[in-house]
Write a protein that binds this ligand. Structure first.
Ligand code: FO1
Length: 309
C-alpha cells in the first residue's frame, strides 16, 4: 500500500465486517477512517436498548471482543444472566456482566434524550476506540425477517432465539429515519468506501435503505469484500438466504449481483473470482482468524483500490 489515504469509509454489520474494520483501523491513520455501522439488529431486551453490531464493532476495535465468538467481551462472566434466568426472565440472549454496563449506559443516555451517535461516541472514547464509529441512524430502523413458519420476526428473535431456522422469505426495515449526522458527509468526502464481508441483506441493506445513502455511494468508488467463501458463509445464515431470496447458488458472484452497480470492484476468496462478472475482482485469502489476517486483508483491499481510484 503506497497511497496515504486521508478519508476512507467502511460499512459494516456483524462479526466479519468488524474484523475488517479492525484491520483498516490498524493500517490507516485513525483520523482517516469512519465506520458506519448497521443498527437494524437493535432491540429492547430486559428493558435495555441493545445495539449488537455497534457493540461488536466497538469491542473489536478496542481489542476487547471475544475473539472466537466475535460478539460480547473476551473477559466476561454471566452471573446476572444466570440470576435473570432463575427469575424466569428471557434467557435466550446472553448478556454478560461487563457487557451490561454498555447497555445500561446506552439505555440511560437514550432515555435522557442523548442521540445514539452521541452516546456511541462517548462509549468509544471511554474504550479508547481509535477511529470514528457512527451508527447508520439515530432513530429506530428495525430489521424484520418475514418467515414462512412464524410470519414477521424481529431480527434477534429470528437470528438468536430461533437460530435462523425459520425460512427467511423476505427482509424489511421498519422505520425510515434520516442517516445519523455525519454519515452522508463522510461518504461524500470519502476517497474510498469499503463494504465489509457482512451479510448484504441484514447488515448492509439497512444502511442502504436510508435516504440519500445510495445516491451518495453512487458518486464514490466502492469496493466490497465477499462474505461467501467457496459457496459457504463464514458465519451465519447468508448461504440459505441467497438461495431463498435470490433464487440462485450462494456465490461471491451472487453477492456482487445483489449490490449491482453500487460496487466498482469485488474482493473475493482466491478461486471464487470466476463467479463474479462485470467488475474488476481481486482473489485473495479473505478469512480473518487473527488480527494479522485482518490487517493483511485491509492492506490488500486498499492496494487493490489504489488502481481503481
Ligand atoms: N448471538 C447469539 O447467537 N447468541 C447470543 O446469545 C448473543 C448475545 C449477544 C449479546 C450482545 C451482543 O452485542 C451480541 C450478541 N449476539 C448473540 C450476536 C448478535 O445476535 C448479533 O446481532 C449477530 O452477531 C449478528 O450481527
Amino acid at each position: 500500500m503506497t497511497r496515504a489515504w486521508r478519508s476512507v469509509v467502511a460499512l459494516s454489520g456483524g462479526v466479519g465486517g468488524a474484523r475488517l474494520m479492525h484491520g483498516l483501523s490498524r493500517v490507516l491513520d485513525p483520523d482517516a477512517i469512519t465506520m458506519i455501522v448497521n443498527t437494524g439488529d437493535d432491540f429492547e431486551h430486559w428493558g435495555l436498548s441493545v445495539s449488537p453490531d455497534l457493540d461488536t464493532v466497538m469491542y473489536t476495535l478496542a481489542d476487547l471482543a471475544h475473539e472466537e465468538r466475535g460478539w460480547g467481551l473476551a473477559d466476561e462472566t454471566f452471573h446476572a444472566f444466570e440470576r435473570m434466568a432463575a427469575y424466569g426472565e428471557d434467557a435466550w440472549f446472553q448478556l454478560g456482566d461487563r457487557d451490561l454496563a454498555t447497555h445500561l449506559t446506552r439505555t440511560r443516555a437514550l432515555r435522557a434524550g442523548e442521540p445514539l451517535h452521541a452516546v456511541t461516541a462517548r462509549l468509544c472514547r471511554a474504550l479508547s476506540v481509535p477511529c470514528r464509529v457512527l451508527p447508520m441512524c439515530d432513530g429506530p430502523c428495525r430489521t424484520m425477517i418475514e418467515t414462512r413458519e412464524h410470519g414477521a420476526l424481529p431480527f434477534q428473535t429470528w437470528f438468536v432465539r430461533h437460530r435462523t431456522q425459520p425460512t427467511a422469505r423476505g427482509v424489511r426495515f421498519d422505520g425510515s429515519p434520516p442517516p445519523a449526522p455525519g454519515v452522508l458527509e463522510a461518504i461524500e468526502a470519502a476517497e474510498l468506501v469499503v463494504v465489509g464481508p457482512s451479510n448484504p441483506y441484514v447488515s448492509i441493506d439497512p444502511i442502504l435503505s436510508l435516504a440519500g445513502v445510495r445516491e451518495a455511494l453512487a458518486r464514490r468508488p466502492v469496493v466490497a469484500v465477499s462474505p461467501i467463501i467457496r459457496g459457504e458463509a463464514v458465519k451465519g445464515p447468508l448461504a440459505a438466504m441467497i438461495t431463498e431470496l435470490a433464487g440462485r447458488a450462494p456465490t461471491a458472484g451472487a453477492v456482487a449481483a445483489h449490490y449491482g452497480d453500487l460496487v466498482r470492484a469485488m474482493v473475493v476468496e482466491a478461486g471464487d473470482e470466476g463467479t463474479v462478472t462485470g467488475v474488476p475482482t481481486l482473489g485473495t485469502r479473505t478469512l480473518m482468524r487473527t488480527r494479522a489476517d485482518s490487517a493483511r486483508l485491509a492492506r490488500e483491499v486498499l492496494t487493490f483500490a489504489e488502481a481503481l481510484c
